[in-house]
Design a protein. Structure first.
Length: 273
């Protein structure tokens, strides 16, 4: 017949072995504190928020593509070279994992860029260099797109001037036809009708050019290059969250191990049979 285990028995065992459980818990907690606060080097974190541009190059204006570029091996090697950091080949992946680039929630053009390292100033320099290099590389694309818009605007304004000049001449011709003496009525009406058709065509073209001019001017007004919304600053204190997390996990494990050992000891004390 199987022996039933009551809750009261569980509490009895836990109370009986309370010193053992507390001892194992404290040892695990102490070991975690030593590892976290004495052996492990402090980790610092610097971050910034960048607003991507809204010009026509998706490579530099898409959150996903921009993040992929800035996290690529080639790009980060250029960052390391600019900073003159000594990062051995076997430590490059750790350096790369210490950098986080992600879209800011709810935004379509904001990127959060952060770097974690044992040196706070290096964190700030890494973030600043990542952003600076990205702005520098995108400058050429931004200038080309801006030039296209300005060239289009200049061409539109030039065509608009020609259309307005033609409109003025057509208006003058219409006035002359209206006041022309001696022409047969039917012939004069035909000329006036053709002139009015031409005038309507020119007015339609002028209206279309004005709309295009306004659209280009609005686009140029709203055009933005990459912009740092929140600059990276040198952190004054290390990250504590990881240390506290290690201590908390060690405490939980120590408590679980203590309870397990307590029940094992109780089981080994009972005679077999």
């Amino acid at each position: 017949m199987e022996k039933e285990i009551y809750i009261s028995d569980i509490f009895r065992i836990l109370w009986k072995e309370r010193y053992l459980i507390i001892c194992i818990f404290m040892i695990a907690l102490l070991a975690a504190c030593v590892v976290s606060f004495v052996i492990m080097s402090p980790t610092y974190k610097a971050s910034c928020i960048v607003a991507l541009g809204n010009y026509g190059d998706p490579i530099y204006t898409s959150q996903d593509l921009a993040a992929s570029i800035m996290l690529s091996d080639e790009y980060l090697l250029d960052v390391i070279e600019q900073l003159s950091f000594e990062v051995p080949q076997d430590e490059f992946r750790a350096f790369q994992k210490g950098i986080d680039i992600a879209p800011v929630g709810g935004s379509s053009n904001l990127l959060y860029i952060s770097a974690e390292r044992e040196n706070g100033r290096e964190c700030m320099e890494i973030v600043a260099t990542i952003v600076g290099l990205f702005v520098e590389r995108s400058e050429d694309s931004y200038n080309k797109y801006t030039k296209i818009l300005y060239d289009d605007l200049a061409s539109t304004q030039e065509r608009l001037n020609f259309v307005e000049r033609d409109l003025s001449q057509t208006h003058e011709a219409l006035v002359e036809l209206s006041n022309a003496p001696g022409d047969p009525m039917s012939e004069n009406e035909l000329r006036v009708s053709r002139t009015l058709d031409l005038l309507n065509s020119q007015e339609s073209r002028r209206s279309s050019l004005l709309d295009h001019e306004l659209a280009l001017q609005t686009q140029l007004t709203l055009l933005r290059h990459q912009e740092v919304i929140q600059e990276a600053r040198e952190p004054v204190a290390p990250i504590e969250s990881k240390r506290l997390l290690i201590v908390a996990i060690a405490g939980m494990l120590g408590l679980m191990i203590g309870i397990l050992v307590a029940f094992l000891r109780e089981g080994l004390r009972k005679p077999v049979g």
